[in-house]
Design a protein around this ligand. Structure first.
Ligand SMILES: NC(=O)c1ccc[n+]([C@@H]2O[C@H](COP(=O)([O-])OP(=O)(O)OC[C@H]3O[C@@H](n4cnc5c(N)ncnc54)[C@H](O)[C@@H]3O)[C@@H](O)[C@H]2O)c1
Length: 318
């Protein structure tokens, strides 16, 4: 069997560019679609120059152009990552999340149907669970009651993927990520802390009381799952991806100070949540991903430290 031809939406972004690295490494023909709304070409330009990938500046909402690109490159598999990723932007204008995640995913699925592409892998999130009654939370947890429009829109996208699987036979893998961290990060708590310290080195303000606890895993581990784990024929695979442990935001603040060598006062807020819609504790049951042979390579605390080191070395923030 020939290597599947893969189209990555959002392929220039943080996770997307690492997915592209892995696909190029395994020799897959790769097409990247990105509107560059939250990225540039810098992380994928070497592959582009080497002729290993084809890049289109395209909004995933443009269904017919997307279908044309899929047909032209005879794409077998779509890894769908394009979306607005900052939950706090979505707080001010939540249409962004609905448009990007719900309408955008429907557009990708529709383009796939038109171009007869049979497999999708989707980047969902722990936010679909809302504040679950049971922790660690497994994939069958219900009812799913997200507390942010970002999470609600991800859940809507999951629903559309399930419907397209049933109606049109599109094979699907849905991965619910914890916090993905690493080099090239352009958002998230570690990036945010480095950004704040660069602006004000004597004082690190933390959103919330610092007791929020979540799991963090390295972007290369995430890319490995997205590229390597295939769903069973005609089924929808849903799996959490992350680590079984958690690390508190207060510890992340300390790690960032240790790694930057900056001596700042850490100033905590009073709220349990960092912002409205933030889920203070995210703990995953990872039995399903582990049964598929996937494990995060390091615990959360090591992933956080490694990501801070890489961002500092890149000098894009601090
Ligand atoms: N980073 C995390 O911790 C995390 C956690 C859970 C889920 N996710 C999901 O993973 C996916 C990738 O996230 P990321 O962290 O790499 O963010 P990112 O912003 O770096 O990547 C998203 C990419 O999509 C592009 N994009 C946005 N809207 C587009 C559109 N309409 N058409 C084409 N391209 C578009 C952006 O320019 C960017 O390159 C997102 O769907 C996000 O919701 C990320």
């Amino acid at each position: 069997m020939s290597t599947p031809r893969v189209l990555v939406t959002g392929g220039a972004g943080f996770i997307g560019s690492h997915v592209v690295d892995r696909l190029v490494r395994v020799g897959a023909p790769v097409v990247v679609v990105d509107d560059f709304s939250n990225s540039g070409r810098q992380w994928i330009s070497d592959h582009e120059r080497a002729g290993a990938i084809t890049v289109y500046e395209l909004d995933v909402l443009d269904t017919s152009s997307l279908a044309d690109r899929m047909a032209e490159h005879r794409v077998d598999h779509v890894i769908h990552l394009a979306a607005s990723v900052d939950m706090r932007i979505g707080l001010e204008n939540n249409w962004i999340d609905v448009e990007q995640s719900v309408i955008g995913t429907r557009s990708v699925l529709e383009a796939m149907r038109q171009a007869e592409v049979r497999r999708i892998t989707f980047s969902s999130s722990s936010t679909v669970y809302g504040e679950p009654e049971h922790r660690p939370t497994a994939e069958h947890h219900g009812p799913m009651l997200p507390i942010s429009v970002y999470g609600a829109a991800k859940l809507g996208a999951e629903g559309l993927i399930s419907a397209y699987n049933h109606l049109y036979g599109i094979q699907a893998a849905i991965f619910r990520f914890g916090n993905v961290v690493g080099g090239r990060m352009n958002h998230g708590v570690i990036y945010d802390f480095l950004h704040r310290l660069a602006a004000r080195p004597d004082r690190l303000e933390v959103l919330g009381d610092g007791r929020q606890r979540k799991n963090y895993f390295l972007v290369e581990d995430c890319a490995r799952a997205l590229v390597d784990l295939a769903p069973p024929e005609h089924e929808v695979l849903v799996a959490n991806l992350g680590t079984s442990d958690t690390v508190a935001v207060s510890r992340i603040a300390e790690i960032v100070l240790e790694e930057t060598g900056v001596d700042a006062d850490i100033v905590y807020g009073t709220e349990a949540r960092g912002w409205p819609g933030d889920v203070p504790v995210v703990e995953f049951d990872l039995a399903r991903a582990h049964a598929l042979g996937w494990h995060a390579s390091v615990p959360s605390v090591d992933a956080v430290r490694e990501a801070a080191r890489r961002l500092i070395a890149e000098k894009t923030v601090a």
